[in-house]
Unconditional design. Structure first.
Length: 235
């Protein structure tokens, strides 16, 4: 039986990113269902998502938060709909700003079909901006201290795939929040010794003049705080 694939795409003020509609249209070709989450947008994104969802009613479901709650809450809402309403076998999470290419979805999904519970799209460190590269190296080093031979390299990649079983476990045990929620998913996979896999994806960064909702210092500190809290509990 063919596995059902659902893509979960949280969106917050992505209207300035001209790639957004291209990403959404491209994703249609690789999944059975798209779950969009409008995380309290106020810049015209809400109209963009309304148009897209209305145009593709048979394959797109739109969830709307009246106020911004954070990427973690958006991902959990999307996972819940994909698992409970769509009965998806494979859940793929990706950004809608153009940093993740839809044509890479089958590579991640295939890893789940082969038995992985958690798959991370891995970018090239040497192509990352200095700050992103440094944060990744620090977090990966600490992870390998906490978990011997931790397999994940790109800890901050949001392009991921999950088995239904692991997604259900995430919904039970991982709280909402912002970007640290994605890191908690990784910690949970390592704690439970889930089968983790990775595959190479293009290293794409959006035009720095248009900005990103990832706050380089604030959100990185939240991730580090999450990791240190885990290490303290473990010792």
């Amino acid at each position: 039986m063919k596995e059902k694939i659902a893509a979960i795409i949280p969106c917050f003020n992505v209207a300035p990113f001209y790639e957004c509609e291209k990403v959404l249209e491209g994703t249609l070709h690789y999944v059975d269902q798209i779950i969009l989450i409008d995380d309290g947008s106020f810049d015209g994104t809400e109209k963009l998502l309304d148009r897209f969802a209305d145009k593709h009613k048979e394959k797109v479901h739109l969830i709307r938060f009246p106020e911004n709650r954070g990427k973690g809450f958006a991902l959990l809402a999307g996972m819940q709909y994909a698992a409970e309403e769509q009965k998806a076998d494979i859940l793929v999470t990706m950004d809608g700003d153009g940093q993740h290419l839809p044509l890479e979805i089958p590579k991640l999904a295939d890893k789940v079909k082969e038995g992985a519970d958690f798959v991370v799209g891995e970018r090239k460190f040497y192509k990352m901006p200095f700050y992103s590269k440094t944060a990744n190296i620090i977090i990966t080093t600490l992870l390998r201290f906490a978990f011997f031979r931790a397999p994940i390299i790109d800890t901050q990649s949001g392009f991921r795939a999950f088995s239904l079983a692991f997604a259900q476990e995430i919904m039970r045990k991982v709280p909402g929040g912002r970007y640290e929620m994605e890191f908690l998913c990784l910690l949970l996979a390592l704690q439970q010794k889930r089968k983790i896999a990775s595959c190479n994806i293009p290293t794409i960064y959006i035009n720095k003049n248009r900005g990103s909702h990832f706050r380089k210092i604030g959100d990185s500190l939240r991730i580090l705080k999450t990791l240190f809290a885990y290490l303290v509990r473990k010792t």
